[in-house]
Design a protein around this ligand. Structure first.
Ligand SMILES: [Zn+2]
Length: 83
């Protein structure tokens, strides 16, 4: 009881360079609204310009002005050697 167990974890080197084949995707969610968020979502878009256009369009239709924007990128983890 109370003994400290040690575990060995495989160490990963996470590449910081973005693979050119995996382009980032952009998404916006409308968080406007008083009692609850509007929740309208742009879906996955591939350029910031498309995202801006979606926001501009939604804003023009609804007058909503608050959006949560996310950018997703894929990074590749490469298994390293056991310590
Ligand atoms: Zn909205």
């Amino acid at each position: 009881m109370g003994a400290t167990r040690s575990y060995r974890f495989r160490k990963y080197h996470v590449a910081t360079a973005i693979d050119s084949l995996t382009l980032p995707t952009f998404e916006a969610v409308c968080v406007s609204g008083e009692e609850r968020d509007c929740g309208a979502t742009s879906g996955e878009l591939h350029t910031p310009e498309e995202l801006t256009r979606w926001i501009a369009g939604h804003c023009a239709q609804t007058g909503h002005q608050s959006y949560e924007q996310t950018t997703r990128t894929i990074v590749r983890a490469e298994p390293g050697a056991w310590q």
